[in-house]
Design a protein around this ligand. Structure first.
Ligand code: SAM
Length: 224
């Protein structure tokens, strides 16, 4: 048996349920994601699309004290929660929560160093359009780094992830239970690879990282 957890846009009250769930199970995971995300310009600007309450952006800003993070979501209630989290972490000068549609961003062309998101790619019904929009706002030399769950990860991969996260017995037990009970409609690495192949990104790859997959791409600096 599995429960389908996810609409596309997490409006109230679903936003509150998701926030409770992520606060209980995922705060440590976002800290790990922040360690995995490559930050080439430590004083640059980062855009998180579909950020929900913004824990990834906060973890990244805590790790890199020179970064400015735009933490965005289409749900007004998520933006409200995100502002609260930013305030609680004393980061309001460097993390900005705002309502944005990731398919139609208000950011100027060539304006950001890095675009990121976590657990959002499987919601994109038009990845080609999404990649084109993320590419547009990146500066030449800027990078995209997306983390999502991988469809069909196995028990060994989940065990390895629990080890990396240094989960104790309770964490390991909950990870197993959640892995069985909560059905999230992640997509396969093949799907991600074919979506990346029709994107404008250079060096576009989808890496299989056990429970997760990383989707990476570069906007090249034009040759002179
Ligand atoms: C599964 S949640 C992931 C949230 C967060 N990145 C995380 O790691 O927990 C997906 C989020 O994407 C947002 N979303 C969906 N469609 C969007 C769009 N077109 N533009 C911006 N955000 C969107 C939803 O409101 C939701 O908060």
């Amino acid at each position: 048996m599995a429960f389908r957890m996810e609409p596309v846009v997490f409006n109230f009250p679903h936003s509150r349920l998701y926030d409770f769930y992520t606060r209980v199970f995922f705060l440590k995971v976002y800290e790990q994601f922040a360690r995995w995300i490559p930050v080439n310009n430590p004083c640059g600007s980062v855009l998180d699309v579909g950020a929900a309450a913004g824990y990834l952006g906060v973890s990244l800003a805590n790790k890199h004290p020179g970064l400015t993070v735009y933490s965005t979501d289409l749900s007004a209630d998520m933006v409200r929660l995100n502002k609260k989290v930013i305030h609680q972490n004393n980061l309001k000068d460097r993390v900005i929560a705002q309502k944005e549609d990731a398919y139609n961003l208000s950011f100027a062309d060539n304006s950001l160093d890095l675009v990121i998101n976590s657990f959002t790619f499987h919601h994109w019904d038009d990845p080609e359009r999404m990649f084109a929009e993320l590419y547009r706002v990146l500066k030449p030399g800027g990078e995209m780094f997306i983390i999502d769950g991988k469809k069909g990860f196995n028990y060994q991969e989940m065990k390895k992830f629990c080890r990396v996260m240094e989960f104790g017995p309770l964490g390991r037990f909950l990870a197993r239970i959640m892995g069985k009970l909560v059905w999230i409609d992640f997509v396969s690495t093949d799907h991600a690879r074919s979506a990346l192949a029709s994107s404008p990104f250079h060096n576009a790859i989808c890496e299989d990282v056990g429970v997760f997959m990383f989707l990476k791409g570069l906007k090249p600096v034009p040759a002179r």
